[in-house]
Ligand binder design. Structure first.
Ligand code: GLU
Length: 363
């Protein structure tokens, strides 16, 4: 399984005024075990701003954005230093990925982020992801790592997102105020009632609240990823969840990855057309192959890498739509050529395929 684990600041500090090294080691150990069982693991970790305060000894009372940016810049290094140390105990390489909203909203940057994270998975490295708080001013912030982790899960087509927090899951009432509150083991429909339980759609509980976790679940369940909210303090929580134990609150996906990706591709207005020869048409239609430059006979329209294009057969009939790895200018240069020649012709390459079969919907 491809699994994204999100840990919040309060989970990392165990409510203390320092990042809890034992807690971090504990999380790393579980991530490593799952990694060693063959799962593909990504970690979204908060705690940069907190670690900056810890490092500089500056007061938690200052909350303005410039101060937070500065603390994040200091703290991200400390946070990664700790993760590097702990993962290194198990000889597992880690990578740092700092993202902003723009990286995920812009087509080309989205694709680049996706490709890099996927290639890190192939390398069997664990990516440790956070928002790039140092440059993320209010307008471009995702703002909370619950939503960030859902966007990351979507970016890499994860099977499961586990959000570890300081509560056991979603309750029928606030367990801190109401002793009769019960844990809800599964939520299949996210409606106003669920938001109400989480504190209200419009509530400004801010980062770390339940509302942002429900927002995350809305996104993941629509894009084919299951989400589980569970307590980071629960012993072996990740291992037990993956072993199938019922813990926390689960939000099962309502569609499959393929369906969600297909819907997204079909909803996107195409930026142009790619015409292919008989051989390529057959490879794509009958053998489920990706589209290579060698089979392309013509390109119309002006489009960017990452845009949706129509795929036309030799009789100009639409065969399907897909997301192109090369822009229209590049395609005109490489059409009819072998994939091995791409880097010689262009001086760079984005891989051997023009449209990967996972990014292709046949009509
Ligand atoms: N990115 C912030 C940090 O690392 C945390 C955001 C959040 O708590 O959701 O400090």
């Amino acid at each position: 399984m491809r699994i994204v684990v999100k840990v919040g600041t309060r989970t990392l500090t165990q409510g203390s005024d320092r990042l809890s090294r034992p807690r971090m080691i504990e999380i790393v150990r579980q991530v490593v075990l799952l990694h060693e069982h063959g799962h593909e693991m990504l970690l979204v970790s908060s705690g940069a701003i907190f670690a900056g305060r810890e490092r500089t000894g500056l007061s938690a009372r200052r909350k303005d954005i410039a101060f937070k940016q500065t603390m994040a810049a200091v703290g991200q290094v400390r946070l990664m230093g700790l993760y590097e140390q702990f993962f290194d105990l198990y000889d597992i390489p880690i990578a740092q990925a700092l993202l902003t909203r723009d990286d995920l909203a812009d087509r080309e940057r989205y694709l680049n982020a996706r490709n890099t994270l996927l290639s890190l998975l192939r390398l069997r490295a664990v990516s440790v992801i956070n928002e790039n708080d140092m440059v993320a001013v209010e307008e471009i912030r995702i703002g909370d790592n619950d939503n960030l982790s859902a966007l990351v899960a979507n970016l890499v087509d994860a099977d499961l997102l586990i959000i570890l927090t300081d509560q056991a899951g979603l309750f029928t009432a606030d367990p801190r105020l109401d002793p009769s509150a019960r844990l809800i083991p599964e939520v299949t429909v996210i409606d106003d009632h669920i938001y109400h339980l989480a504190g209200g759609r419009g509530s400004s509980l801010g980062t770390g609240g339940m509302v942002t976790k429900i927002q995350a679940a809305e996104l993941t369940t629509r894009s084919g990823t299951d989400l589980i909210i569970a307590a980071g303090s629960e012993p072996d929580v990740l291992l037990r969840l993956i072993a199938g134990e019922v813990l926390g609150t689960r939000f099962p996906a309502t569609v499959s990855h393929v369906e969600s990706r297909k819907r997204w591709i079909l909803a996107d207005p195409p930026g142009g057309d790619i015409c292919v020869d008989q051989g390529a048409a057959r490879a794509v239609l009958e053998h489920g192959k990706s589209l290579l430059p060698v089979g392309i006979t013509g390109v119309t329209g002006s489009f960017e890498r990452g845009q949706t294009v129509r795929l036309l057969d030799p009789d100009s009939r639409e065969m399907g739509r897909g997301v192109t790895n090369y822009n229209s200018t590049d395609l005109i240069a490489i059409q009819g050529h072998q994939s091995g020649e791409i880097s010689t012709i262009l001086g760079y390459e984005y891989g051997p395929t023009v449209i990967h079969r996972d990014d292709l919907v046949l009509v």
